[in-house]
Design a protein around this ligand. Structure first.
Ligand SMILES: [Zn+2]
Length: 128
């Protein structure tokens, strides 16, 4: 059992940078789901920082942790949050799906799916 504080926020809209990032990763680069390699129902996941936490981020700590991000062009949270640097392409199942989505599982459990043997049963929907 885990408890998570998820700050209230206004309904999200996609920023111009988010749309550009998503288009480039999926339509131009044709990136597959990082977990399973599927190209069905692809979405982009904010990996290092989520929008919901944007007002709680210490950007100096983020700079230290991610020196390869082009910080010289950083003006506001969206510059990092909606950038390709912060994005991971995932299929719907591994993004938001029950028993599989990164939004629904602790990371150490979720990431196991990336290297899962075909014979390994990860969740109840895989029991044969
Ligand atoms: Zn997937």
């Amino acid at each position: 059992m885990i408890d998570i504080f998820y700050p209230d926020h206004a309904p999200r809209t996609e920023s111009a940078l988010f749309k550009k990032t998503k288009h480039h990763l999926i339509k131009v680069l044709d990136s597959a789901c990082w977990v399973c390699g599927s190209k069905d129902k692809r979405e982009v996941h904010h990996f290092h920082a989520e929008w919901a936490d944007s007002e709680g981020i210490d950007w100096d700590k983020m700079r230290e942790l991610h020196p390869n991000f082009p910080w010289s062009s950083f003006n506001e949270a969206s510059d990092f949050i909606d950038s390709e640097y912060n994005m991971m392409v995932l299929c719907e199942k591994h993004h938001r799906g029950k028993d599989h989505g990164i939004h629904l599982l602790p990371y150490p459990i979720w990431v196991m799916q990336r290297n899962q043997l075909p014979t390994f049963v990860f969740s109840p929907d895989e029991v044969k």
